[in-house]
Design a protein around this ligand. Sequence first.
Ligand code: C2E
Ligand code: CA
Ligand code: CA
Ligand code: CA
Length: 279
Amino acid sequence: AKSRGGRTYAFYTDALTRDARARVELVANLRRALAEHEFTVHYQPIVRLEDQTIVGAEALVRWITPEGEMIGPDRFIPVAEETGLIVPLGDFVLATACTQMARWRTAGLPCAFVAVNISAGQLNATDICAKTEAALAAAGVPADSIEFEITESMLFGADSGAESKLKRIAELGVRIAIDDFGTGYSSLAYLKRFPISRLKIDQSFVRDLPASAVDGELVRAMIAMARALDIEILAEGVEEAAQMAFLVANGCTFGQGYFWSRPLPPERFEALFSNAFGA
Ligand code: C2E
Ligand code: CA
Ligand code: CA
Ligand code: CA
């Protein structure tokens, strides 16, 4: 038993060393990937439920390694956030989204806005307002064609600095959406305090619709609250026609999910407009 315990311990420390080494490697690879322009942005349609038309898109970052492997953000955003690399990475995503939006406007594509995910580290960086203005100006797109997606926890923890930055960003005309709505904090006071345009109901509430009575009631409550506050409401992670039908029947106005499309590279996103979902 003793020797077995010893081996377990050795295995455990080996595993720790391996994890630490893998992390150091990932950080180095992320830096290289930024320098070598290995990141790209995919776009997932945001659909108006009433007539099933695409009104906007969410920008979602992807990492294409030199070997051609596509790595999803869940595997590198947390480390990018911990190391501060999220700031240059976020700058890239915002600039790319603005440039893409400018192209689509020129081409007459009826995509009114692109939503960009913003991490706490980006909001805390002092120059987010100036950077946002500069990105809009460089691409020549109006502020209301860009939406920032932030989470409840960022507002809950917001100091007066973050609060005034969000207000300035909203004053520019950039719209602010609450991402993963319902998964953060129980206090809803921030809905009064901040200039929020849209709530994105987290996919965990949508997954078991329409079978789950509890999730159904929660989603209905969120829709009612958004309506009372005159905030737009969107359901994330819509995969099934039955989920869509529940949302429409209960007055949800926007949806996003595999039911319509996965996130796509820009050329494939553009192609979605030639075959409408409705018919
Ligand atoms: P999120 O902002 O909640 O984005 C939605 C995620 O759900 C995306 O995963 C999307 O591909 C996925 N999704 C969309 N529709 C469906 C569906 O019908 N079913 C299911 N099961 N999933 C669906 P993705 O692209 O892997 O992104 C994961 C997370 O990484 C995002 O969650 C966001 O928090 C973060 N992220 C992505 N891009 C960026 C970025 O540019 N900056 C920052 N800070 N975070 C990002
Ligand atoms: Ca998001
Ligand atoms: Ca989300
Ligand atoms: Ca998320």
